[in-house]
Every structure is written in C-alpha cells, then in structure tokens.
Design a binder for this molecule. Structure first.
Ligand SMILES: Nc1ncnc2c1ncn2[C@@H]1O[C@H](COP(=O)(O)OP(=O)(O)OP(=O)(O)O)[C@@H](O)[C@H]1O
Length: 277
C-alpha cells in the first residue's frame, strides 16, 4: 500500500472538476450487485437493487431516513447478517465471488473491506494500539514493522503530525474529529481495498467535516470508497457517482454531476432540492 504524502491537500471539489474526473476515469467494477433483496423478518428493506460500484471512486448513497442506505452498505461487508431474521436473495460479486454465498468466508471480506461508522468508535487503548491491533491480529509481531504501519496509517489519515508525540495516550482523549480520523487510520492499517463509511461526519463540526472530506478525496486514489450521507452538499462535493435510494429501491444511479444538475427522475430532483426527506 503506498499512501500519499501529507502535503498533498490540493482538493478539487467543484462540479466542473468532478465532470472532468468522470470523463477521464476508466475504472473496474469493485462490487457488482444484482437483483438484491433483503428482508428483516417481514420488513422488505432492499428491493431489486442493481448497482455496479467502481473501484477507486467515491460512491455516495443518499436518500431519506429509512430508505435502506445503511442496510445496503452493511450488506457489502455482510455485517447485516448479524441481525437475527435477515434474509437475502440476489448476488453481490466482489473479486469474482458472490459474497452472499454461504460458502464465502466472511473473514476474507473483513480483511479487505474496512468500515467507518457514524460515531467514532476507537478502542479504549492507546493511539498506537488502536492502529496496531488489526495487524497484530493478522500475525504481525515485529515492533519495527508495527511502528512503520502505525506511522504510515496515521499519515494516510492526515493525522500523524497531530498525534506523533501522543502515541501512548488513550484514544478517548482525542476530539471527535481526531477520533474519526484515527478510526480511518485503523482501517488503513489492515490495507483494505474498500472503505465503507456510514455517515462518517454527521457527528462532527464543520472544520472536522472538511478534514474528513479532504481525506476522502486523497484516499480514493488508493481505495474504493462507498459513503452514506444525509448531507447533499457533501455528496456533491466529494463523490464521483451517486445512488439515490427511496423505500428500499434505487431510483437513480449516475455520475454525481448528472444527479445534482440534471437528474432523470422527478423524485431525485424533489429530494435533492429539499422538497421531501
Ligand atoms: N435491525 C433491524 N431490524 C429490523 N428492521 C430494521 C433493522 N435495521 C433497519 N431496519 C428497517 O429497514 C429499513 C431500512 O433501514 P436503514 O437503517 O437501512 O435505513 P437508512 O436509509 O440507513 O436510514 P437512516 O438514514 O435513518 O439511517 C427501515 O424500514 C428500518 O426500520
């Protein structure tokens, strides 16, 4: 994994730049979802979802409360199956394998797909141990190697300079925004292919939010990122593709620029212009 230098904070956020990015990009599909349905017992939460998510892009999932955004993102790492009574049909192909197939080992997925939650959830351990934990579980014991992983991961999450002299302090002593970037660094330490983010900035102030948004723009050079957000401006600023969910269905999935400037479906237009949701 080669992480970008901390100095590269030159982020292009306006629609024109995004359009140029989209035209120039030729990405392979990282997740191919076909005819996915999901039920929580009797609740039909996802209905006939078909989505091709490209690698090394930011894909935003938007839609009103209860439309199935979190359910979908948690299906991508099979976290959703921890809920009793969940049933799925259809397929999600990741690296040529259907991850919903019973024979697919969920552990294989967890080493390749990291997740960042709405509320930062560091372990009650030192900053260093938070990052070293995953690599240690995967058998890395050499202190020098762990030191390198910790530094690289914190640099990758643009938080090395802030934390390099505090590595032995408890992570609970960090601000909310710092804790969230620490959690992103913890994801990077397992060298994932994909980072799932479920409303990662909804509990943060505008300054911390901006830092995470800038970080996402840098991370997409190395990783595929799927982000659930309630924040329309955020989706418009940072994503390449946007999927609009409503009542468990995908109403529209397209280049973010198209979704926000020229949507096909009147329901998309109504939602992004704030007429409901
Ligand atoms: N653990 C669960 N058990 C039963 N039903 C659930 C569970 N989690 C979600 N649901 C239902 O599935 C549907 C989709 O919920 P989900 O949390 O995916 O929506 P969301 O779009 O992420 O909402 P929000 O924006 O409020 O987080 C809702 O009807 C919800 O009540």
């Amino acid at each position: 994994m080669s992480l970008s230098s901390e100095n590269k904070m030159n982020v292009k956020l306006n629609n024109k730049d995004m359009a140029v990015n989209n035209i120039n990009s030729e990405h392979r599909v990282v997740y191919d979802t076909k005819d996915l349905n999901l039920w929580y017992s009797d609740t039909h939460a996802l209905k006939d979802i078909n989505l091709e998510i490209n690698e090394k892009e930011v894909t935003a999932i938007i839609g009103p409360s209860g439309c199935g955004k979190s359910t979908y993102i948690k299906t991508l790492n099979r976290m959703v199956e921890l809920v009793p009574g969940v049933r799925t049909t259809g397929t999600i192909t990741y690296k040529n394998k259907n991850i919903l197939d019973k024979s697919f080992k969920v552990e294989d997925l967890r080493t390749q797909v990291g997740m960042v939650f709405q509320k930062a959830n560091p372990f009650p351990k030192s900053i260093y141990e938070n990052i070293a934990y995953g690599p240690k579980i995967h058998g890395i014991r050499n202190k020098k190697v762990l030191d390198e992983i910790v530094e690289k991961s914190l640099r990758g999450a643009y938080i090395w300079d802030e934390l390099k002299d505090r590595l032995n302090e408890n992570a609970y002593g960090l601000s909310g925004g710092q804790q969230q970037r620490l959690c992103i660094a913890r994801c990077l330490a397992i060298q994932p292919d994909v980072i799932l983010m479920d409303e990662p900035t909804s509990a943060l102030d505008p300054k911390s939010t901006l830092k995470i948004e800038e970080l996402v723009q840098e991370l997409k050079k190395e990783f595929s990122i799927i982000i659930v957000t309630h924040n329309m401006q955020q989706a418009a600023r940072i994503s390449d593709k946007t999927a609009f969910f409503l009542n468990g269905e995908v109403v529209e999935f397209d280049d973010t620029n198209t979704i926000f400037t020229n949507p096909n479906d009147s329901r998309t237009e109504d939602y992004i212009s704030g007429r409901f949701g």
